[in-house]
Design a protein around this ligand. Structure first.
Ligand code: SF4
Ligand code: SF4
Length: 483
């Protein structure tokens, strides 16, 4: 191996010891990503506008009187797709969350970091909102780099100030939207009407989170994906050589060499005298133009293989396809593929591991669907009043009870409660409302009186029936004690 070969190998291997966004001296290397163009970027842009609209509007859309999505962890109130969940439904929320995690595991094991590139709010906000605004205000990557390296003249000052103001305004908007998911949009709008001074603590929290969002998108940026995101860390344990991810076809691309379309045409036709020249077969299709690196928002070179820093944003696919088009070669030198497919031309999508993940996932989905199907709109609790035994009322005996009805629907529900067996027991309510309001919890007390013709025993098992408009919606048994 010549000295030149050793130098090249070392250069290619250097990525293992260095981070694309950190200089060898440990300082941050600012990434000025170039704007990608192409079909994947177009699809991602369309999807991102849809997801952004969903994120912004979901707390303000009402379904059956409920906010479409509400995640009030403080009051333990959850509404998912207009369906309210109460503290006693918490197991369903936990199961849904667990199913969501397993879904991400299945998708990561099969399709790599597809979540990061296409769906993650961090990527969407950074690449589709903040970076586009930055390009508008500060120009392309070259202009940005030159301006940042230059003096603080008027041009740099006004552009930087405008960027800070716009970034801060959008961060404030994002903080408000996230708050509306937690305290509800109605409460948020009420607070806005009351003014910040009326809720100074909450406003302080809002300013704090605005600052956090601002710093994430203004300074921290791709570092959130590289060093802070836990998903980015554990995904490496889920992928293997059969996982489909954004992959450089090194078999086709190597040995990389700088050459142009003229070289490509020459390969087919150029003849000088009696000699026909062609590109050596040993040279691959990668023209070493570095366009896949200049568009990468995490500053890596995908040609070094699958790396933890790759957020599957597809920008390098579009950049390389554009180059392949220009030099007259087939697109797809960088594409969605697996290491196994590149190596052998075959890939096993449903490996034993994926089948096991899918089995667990299907079980979880079935459990969640079943639990949702049998979930009641009304939850009823009837309990004997704590610390009481019986009271004698003239010649009759009475016991005290507590009733709780949770109405999970969006409409008012009238109800009646009776003792169906044994005979001779009647309910006398203690001023309970006759309706349960939509999305409300009715709490009340009532007494059951044993009349003279009832069985005169020390302890009776009673069956109570709750009806609404003549239809039974709950049957419960309780005990009645007497001297
Ligand atoms: S390597 Fe390609 S897909 Fe991965 S982050 Fe960079 S540009 Fe995006
Ligand atoms: S864009 Fe394509 S051709 Fe250019 S360096 Fe990257 S892989 Fe090679």
């Amino acid at each position: 191996m010549s000295l030149l070969d050793i130098g090249e190998v070392e250069d290619h291997e250097r990525f293992r010891a260095e981070l694309g966004s950190i200089r060898p001296d440990g300082r941050r290397k600012w990434i000025y990503a170039r704007k990608p163009r192409g079909k994947f970027t177009n699809w991602r842009t369309i999807l991102s506008w849809f997801l952004l609209a969903f994120l912004m509007l979901a707390p303000f859309v009402k379904v059956g009187g409920h906010q479409f999505l509400l995640l009030n962890i403080i009051k333990r109130e959850f509404v998912l797709f207009g369906m309210p969940f109460w503290p006693n439904d918490f197991y369903l929320v936990a199961l849904l969350f667990l199913t969501g995690v397993i879904t991400i595991v299945v998708f990561t094991a099969t399709l790599g970091r597809i979540w990061c590139g296409w769906l993650c709010p961090q990527t969407i906000f950074l690449e589709m909102v903040f970076r586009k605004i930055e390009w508008l205000i500060e120009g392309g990557p070259k202009e940005q780099a030159q301006r940042h390296a230059g003096p603080w003249n008027w041009d740099r000052t006004w552009r930087s100030t405008l960027k800070i103001v716009v970034f801060a305004a959008i961060s404030f908007l994002i903080a408000n939207v996230f708050l509306s998911y937690i305290i509800s949009s109605d409460e948020l709008l009420q607070y806005v009407r009351n003014g910040p001074l009326a809720h100074i603590e909450l406003f302080g929290g809002l300013v704090f989170f605005t600052f956090v969002f601002f710093m994430v998108f203004y300074r921290f940026r791709e570092q959130a994906c590289l060093i802070a995101c836990p998903y980015g860390r554990f995904m490496s344990a889920l992928v293997d050589e059969n996982t489909v991810s954004i992959t450089y076809d090194y078999k086709r691309g190597e040995d990389r060499a700088k050459w142009t379309k003229a070289d490509n045409d020459a390969k087919k036709t150029a003849t000088v005298g009696s000699t026909t020249f062609s590109r050596p077969e040993s040279k691959g299709d990668c023209v070493d133009c570095h366009q896949c690196v200049t568009v990468c928002p995490t500053g890596i070179d995908i040609r070094n293989g699958i790396q933890l820093e790759c957020v599957s944003c597809t920008a390098c696919i579009d950049a390389c396809d554009e180059v392949m088009d220009k030099v007259g070669l087939e697109k797809g030198l960088i594409r969605y593929s697996s290491q196994e497919a590149i190596e052998t031309g075959r890939t096993t999508f449903f490996t034993r591991r994926i089948k096991a993940y899918l089995a667990v996932w299907l079980v979880m989905i079935s459990v969640v669907v079943t639990l949702f199907a049998i979930r009641h709109d009304l939850d009823v609790v009837v309990l004997r009043q704590e610390g009481t035994t019986w009271v004698i009322m003239k010649e009759e005996v009475a016991n005290f009870y507590r009733l709780q009805i949770i109405n999970k629907t969006g409409h008012d529900i009238p109800y009646e409660i009776h003792v169906t067996s044994p005979h001779g027991f009647v309910i006398k309510d203690l001023g309970m409302p006759s309706h349960v309001k939509p999305g409300d919890i009715l709490k009340g007390r009532f007494i059951i009186v044993r009349e003279k013709d009832a069985p005169q025993v020390n302890e009776s098992k009673l069956t109570l029936q709750l009806t609404t408009n003549g239809e039974v919606f709950h049957v419960v048994t309780t005990s009645f004690i007497a001297p």
